[in-house]
Design a binder for this molecule. Structure first.
Ligand SMILES: C[S@@+](CC[C@H](N)C(=O)[O-])C[C@H]1O[C@@H](n2cnc3c(N)ncnc32)[C@H](O)[C@@H]1O
Length: 364
């Protein structure tokens, strides 16, 4: 998640006026978004601010929706929203945050599942690679819950995956940060996985609103015109994948995928993130997005600068070069006192985040 310190401007399109204000704080601890530590999550406060300015009767598309931060914020404001992502784990969490549920039923289901998990015969062992990070008792409890997880809805699955991350960090004495995750910190601490899961489920449950207007599609955005009707979307708002910077199947997600049995290398094949093919892949995705956008659509991309082979590439320049739309409005923000900002000081770079707003009616 990024921190930024400046950027307060306004843009207009033929239909909609959007302000992109200064944000002192980007994360919202009192929300659903902490249910899972996905890499590259967009600022929920920023998303909330932008979405609040869009007409609620319209359809919003997030073509790289990840864990559904934008979709959830759109749903809160009564908008219909469609999300597409080619990472099945991200789609489960996006659905878990936005699908309707009855809280009492969720809690009942969890208790029934935990009773069964605790009383079952010895479960299969955790695979070797993730098991290195867990206290043996925590690993066994996690595998017991995995056996009963087929009865979980998407919300409980999301909390289960989030609880695996919390437990892994706890077993490593809570010492993992974004720079030290994966380092084994012995002696591994015993974490009660059942309690961790119960806490996680309870913590975020009240934030699920679950209107019927959100659809999450597992699919490749380069072919989004095969998934969504052409010219149907009034607003596109997204933070696209970055090249060579973030592995959306890495870090905590790798642990979860290895434990629950998602083939990580298969998922990676369908994601845009390698620099060598990034330009071609992203161009293809943008052309496909263009096909599903209405003639008067507003298209908002949150992008960032990247250092590639020692050279700093400005995200906005890169996207302006390859996008099929003209003359975006661009707001630029600087990373501040976060890990990103500290790396900037060390590397002598000064990376920025940019928000590009294209008005499709101005020419495609
Ligand atoms: C920056 S993240 C989006 C994070 C999201 N805004 C959130 O808050 O969770 C970019 C997303 O693009 C997805 N992605 C990469 N290549 C894709 C493709 N070809 N089709 C669909 N999604 C893709 C990744 O799986 C990742 O979830």
């Amino acid at each position: 998640m990024h921190e930024f310190e400046v950027g307060t401007e306004k843009t207009t399109s033929s239909q909609t006026r959007i302000s992109l204000p200064r944000l002192r704080q980007v994360s919202n601890p009192k929300s659903i978004h902490g249910i899972y530590p996905y890499r590259g999550k967009i600022s929920a406060l920023d998303a909330a601010h932008v979405v609040a300015q869009l007409p609620p009767e319209d359809v919003l598309l997030d073509p790289f929706c990840g864990t559904g931060t934008i979709l959830y914020e759109a749903q809160l404001r009564g908008m219909k929203a469609i999300g597409v992502d080619n990472n099945p784990l991200a789609c489960t969490i996006a659905r878990g945050k936005t699908a309707p549920l009855v809280p009492e039923d969720v809690l009942e289901c969890l208790q029934a599942a935990l009773r069964r998990a605790k009383s079952m015969a010895t479960p299969p062992s955790m695979p070797d690679w993730p098991a290195r990070y867990f206290h043996p008792t925590t690993a066994e409890q996690t595998m017991r819950v995995l056996q009963v997880a087929p009865i979980f809805n998407n919300y409980l699955l999301s909390a289960f995956y989030g609880a695996i991350c919390v437990a892994a960090r706890g077993c490593n004495n809570w010492l993992w940060t974004s720079n030290s995750i994966g380092r084994i910190n012995r002696p591994l601490r015993k974490i009660d996985f059942y309690k961790t899961l119960e806490r996680k489920v309870a913590k975020h449950l009240a934030y699920v609103r679950g209107g019927s207007g959100v659809q999450v599609i597992l699919g490749d955005t380069r072919k989004i015109h095969e998934l969504i009707p052409e010219r149907s979307v009034g607003f596109v708002y997204t933070s696209p994948p970055y090249f060579d910077a973030l592995d959306y199947t890495g870090y905590y997600t790798r642990l979860v995928m290895e434990i629950i049995g998602i083939d990580r290398s298969e998922v990676r094949k369908g994601l845009i993130q390698r620099y060598s093919s990034y330009r071609r892949d992203m161009k293809q995705a943008l052309r496909a997005i263009d096909r599903v956008a209405r003639d008067d659509a507003l298209i908002i991309f949150v992008v960032g600068d990247k250092k590639v082979h020692g050279r700093l590439i400005r995200g906005a320049d890169f996207f302006m070069d390859i996008a099929p739309w003209n003359d975006p409005y661009v707001v630029e923000r600087v990373y501040s006192s976060t890990a990103s900002g500290i790396w900037d000081q060390i590397n002598g770079t000064r990376r920025r985040e940019q928000i590009l707003v294209w008005d499709r009616s101005q020419g495609a």
